[in-house]
Design a protein around this ligand. Structure first.
Ligand code: GDP
Length: 445
């Protein structure tokens, strides 16, 4: 699928990063270099790649990463934010005119998916309660008017098309008449399909510019085939100069495109991507969300939500205190209790673990995870005296029995907890020294 290879490469890059604690400038440079190669191989335009990697590098070397609890995850977050930025930042919706009809003109190369998109958009708008009229102003391609008629039929939308046999016809006049018909019949949206050529040419541009001038559209949508790779930037620039457009439609995102067009066009033209077309069927159309696209490219599930929750739950100052305790070997069961309460703050463990990528195969283990485990552990620690909490070494048989009775657990439960505490202390010591903990069955996070 589109972005498949890019996703794999980026995920691989981050997997290498994830095995590290603090990041050195060399780590950052290595990562940035890999990101750069992955983007270039995905056909992202060079100027876009340069700007992107420069920003990521600058931020990754800065304080936000240096001071982060988990620098690697912070880098992932930066890459995500910068991806969203080059994809246009905020979602941009289709804009409707204050006084209907809203006029939408389509432009783009032949075969880019304009006619198909016209039908998809009409169908989507109808579902939203609009009454679109399709206008067949592509008189270049012999079959274009007929194709739009078929699509309109499938979408159940009205169409204005020049009568066949009336000579070549003037597409500018057809567009103008179409708007007039919409006004008369109270269609609140007009979608004008225009002619495309296989390559950019002057005559085509002039015709599109004339239609634009004659109809004064509220939106000019440039439809671009995501599969065209490196040509995307030049084509988009040519249309911007020749006709100019207010928004972009990415088509054929369901194919095997490497994704470069998607990542370059918004950034190079400064125009937002408004829709993504994802198949030949009329329902295969989605409003474009830069943030969702970025998540899809990074293939990280909801890992960023997870990171945010972790950041909210773990107070930084608290973490520093803990790190110091670990370093001086004074981490106690009391602290363990604290940590557990922090964990609880992060919400349901199951929900949290479910957000990690690749957890699909771990469903059973998630099912088996018992949230009440945390409560039981807490009960046991609460039944200990302060001395016992500070120094579990004093826990002899009779103390363990007393604690078990006090907490309503068995001695075996108490023993298991003390063992787990010792393991956890060891694991956290590793983290404090800059290593990565291994959570059983999950591999390093
Ligand atoms: P136009 O010349 O710009 O009007 O392009 P068309 O709408 O005729 O589309 C050209 C070809 O691409 C047709 O065979 C469409 O079925 C196909 N097509 C259009 N949009 C998509 C899409 O999002 N995904 C896929 N897979 N094919 C598409």
């Amino acid at each position: 699928a589109t972005f498949g290879t890019l996703s794999d490469r980026l995920t691989e890059t981050f997997r290498n990063l994830r095995t590290k604690g603090k990041l050195t400038p060399a780590d950052v440079d290595g990562t940035v270099r890999e990101i750069r190669r992955a983007l270039l191989d995905a056909d992202v335009a060079l100027p876009v790649v340069k700007e992107f990697t420069a920003k990521v590098r600058e931020r990754a070397l800065g304080d936000e990463v240096n001071k982060a609890l988990n620098p690697a995850q912070q880098v992932v977050q930066i890459v995500n934010e910068e991806l969203i930025a080059i994809l246009g930042g905020q979602q941009r919706r289709l804009q409707f005119a204050k006084n209907p009809p809203t006029i939408i003109m389509l432009a783009g190369l032949q075969g880019s998916g304009k006619t198909t998109f016209a039908g998809k958009l009409a169908k989507m708008l109808e579902k939203e309660g609009h009454t679109p009229l399709l206008v067949a102003a592509d008189l270049q391609r012999p079959n274009a008017v007929n194709q739009l008629q078929v699509v309109a039929g499938q979408a159940g939308a009205a169409i204005y098309a020049p009568q066949p046999g009336n000579g070549v016809g003037d597409p500018v006049q057809v567009a103008r008449d179409g708007v007039e018909v919409a006004r008369r019949h109270q269609h609140d949206v007009v979608i004008i399909d225009t002619a495309g050529r296989l390559g950019v040419d002057a005559e085509l541009m002039k015709q599109a510019a004339d239609i634009r001038r004659a109809t004064d559209p509220d939106e000019v949508l440039f439809v671009i085939d995501a599969m065209i790779g490196q040509d995307a930037v030049n084509t988009a620039k040519a249309f911007q100069e020749g006709v100019d457009f207010t928004g972009v439609v990415l088509s054929k995102l369901d194919g095997d495109a490497r994704g470069g067009a998607a990542l370059s066009v918004a950034s190079v033209t400064g125009r937002p991507i408004i829709y993504a077309s994802t198949g030949e069927g009329l329902d295969d159309l989605e409003p474009f969300h830069p943030d969702r696209m970025a998540s899809r490219i990074l293939d990280l599930g909801d890992i960023l939500t997870l990171i945010e929750q972790a950041q909210q739950a773990f107070d930084e100052a608290e973490a520093m205190k803990m790190a110091e305790k670990l370093a001086t070997d004074s981490f106690t069961l009391e602290d363990f209790l604290d940590q557990m309460q922090q964990l609880k703050k992060m919400g349901s463990m199951k929900k949290m673990l479910g957000m990690l990528p690749g957890m699909g195969q771990m469903k059973q283990q998630l099912e088996d995870f018992d949230e009440r485990e945390l409560d039981r552990t807490e009960a046991i620690i609460r039944s200990m005296t302060p001395i016992e909490r500070r120094n579990p070494k004093v826990l002899n048989g009779s103390r363990r029995l007393r604690i078990a009775r006090g907490s309503g657990m068995t001695v075996t439960d108490v023993n298991a907890l003390v063992n787990r505490f010792e393991q956890a202390a060891k694991m956290m010591k590793t983290v404090a020294r800059g290593g990565t903990p291994n959570i059983p069955g999950m591999g390093p996070i």
